[in-house]
Design a binder for this molecule. Structure first.
Ligand SMILES: Nc1ncnc2c1ncn2[C@@H]1O[C@H](COP(=O)(O)OP(=O)(O)OP(=O)(O)O)[C@@H](O)[C@H]1O
Ligand SMILES: [Mg+2]
Length: 415
């Protein structure tokens, strides 16, 4: 599947953009602050709903406006076409119902209710300077990396996450409203029992996916890392969740010799049910053990909303010990593993975006990146189009590249 045209309305610094693009390498060049990143962000948002650089949907609306729309016309060949369109509106927009902000997703002219029916349609992997956050910043960035990857492979995972967030928000609202000793605690306890039970069930399913994909990412990223860094250092990642859960999961898998099944084709329904039961019981017990503390502090102190993946280089936690260059190499290896995993599970040719990445990488890293990208439709942004000749050759041959000049929210394709 590749993009034939891109349409933006009131998205960042674009008032309106209708742009046809080529099926191969598309290079957007221009000075700083002209709208290169905004354009690729628009492409990414139209396919994946969330932005790679902000979690606030309202940031994406052009200043002074009340809604944006980002759409893509996609095609497999001449016969099969898909149109995707993502909008977000503020409470002031004419699209708003009951004065509420919200999101509108449209696929082939029909509204889509379930996000999971939208995000798997077109797979895009984006490489951007923000990738460094995965290695060096707070756990939320690593959860986002893991969540985005798993959602692309398993759209139902996205539903699990949204259900979890909804229930957690309800539980937190209840925790905030309880005043210890006000006589209503029996009722509150019953309600908390209900939330905790549901949260534990959802947690078990989310944990089973996160553990498996963390292992896969670790294996594949460490291979990419060895090849980029010349085999000098060893990269590994470990899934970190509620204390004791990973141990219980690993014990189950080794005791029943199920590790290989779990990693490759997945567990049988019976085994899945057993391990899901073990994990949800454990999570429920943990939630109950901190209930008094959580009531006192009005928070959910433990849970998969605090999960992390620990990225290590030769056994040392990278966030605390590594250099800029080491972090950049690790981030690149992680993103290459994302690309490879998406190729393995869902699409042999995901669409690729490289936002301003060449200027930050040395030649070895640049070539490792582009050699993983042969044959894909690619969108590249840069300030100087003359900097990337050899890379384009490696990707598919310079004759197939299209060049576009980006200038103040306006794009002109070179003849
Ligand atoms: N919501 C918005 N509405 C209008 N303009 C915006 C909005 N968000 C960002 N901008 C503007 O878009 C411009 C930045 O665009 P963008 O990040 O795409 O630049 P760029 O071409 O990628 O530059 P660089 O080469 O520095 O990466 C800035 O001038 C910024 O003020
Ligand atoms: Mg930019």
């Amino acid at each position: 599947m590749f993009i034939r045209s891109i349409h933006l309305e009131n998205f960042r610094n674009y008032g309106r953009l209708d742009l046809d693009v080529g099926p191969s390498v598309n290079i957007f060049y221009g000075d700083n602050a002209q709208g290169k990143t905004n354009l690729v962000e628009g492409i990414y948002v139209a396919s994946s709903i969330t932005s790679h650089r902000t979690s606030k949907d309202s940031d994406l609306i052009k200043f002074g406006e009340n809604e944006y729309k980002a759409s893509l016309d996609l095609t497999d060949d001449d016969t099969s076409n898909v149109q995707l369109s993502a909008s977000y509106y503020t409470e002031k927009s004419a699209l708003s119902k009951n004065n509420r902000a919200g999101r509108l997703l449209i696929r082939d002219n029909a509204p889509v209710d379930k996000i999971s029916e939208y995000i798997g349609v077109c797979n895009i992997v984006i490489f951007a300077p923000e990738d460094l956050n995965i290695v060096k910043n707070a756990p939320a960035f690593r959860r986002k990396f893991l969540n985005t990857l798993i959602s692309k492979i398993s759209p139902s995972y996205f539903n699990l996450l949204s259900n979890y967030s909804r229930l957690l928000a309800q539980k937190n609202a209840l925790l905030k409203s309880i005043r210890p000793g006000d006589g209503k605690n029996n009722l509150a306890d019953e309600q908390l029992d209900f939330w905790d039970f549901s949260l534990a069930e959802l947690s078990a399913e989310i944990i089973l996916k996160r553990y498996r994909f963390s292992k896969l990412i670790s294996d594949i990223a460490s291979r990419h890392h060895r090849s980029i860094s010349g085999g000098k250092e060893n990269l590994s990642i470990e899934y970190s969740t509620i204390f004791g859960v990973v141990g219980a999961l690993e014990t189950f898998l080794t005791k029943n010799s199920k590790y290989d099944d779990y990693m490759s084709k997945g567990l049988s329904e019976a085994d899945y049910g057993r391990i899901k039961g073990i994990i949800s019981d454990l999570v429920l017990a943990k939630l109950k053990s901190v209930r008094n503390y959580d009531i006192e502090k009005h928070i959910s102190s433990i849970g998969i909303h605090r999960d992390d993946i620990i990225i290590k280089l030769d056994g040392l936690v990278m966030k605390n010990f590594s250099s800029q260059g080491q972090q950049r190499t690790a981030a690149l290896a992680l993103k290459l593993s994302e690309l490879e995993i998406i190729k393995m599970f869902v699409s042999s040719t995901p669409i690729l975006i490289l936002d301003d990445v060449f200027s930050e990488l040395d030649k070895t890293r640049r070539l490792s990146l582009v050699s993983a990208m042969k044959g894909a439709q690619i969108f590249i942004t840069c300030t100087d189009k003359n900097m990337i000749g050899e890379e384009i050759d490696v990707m598919q041959g310079a004759d197939k590249a299209e060049f576009y000049r980006v200038n103040g929210g306006d794009i002109t394709r070179e003849a």
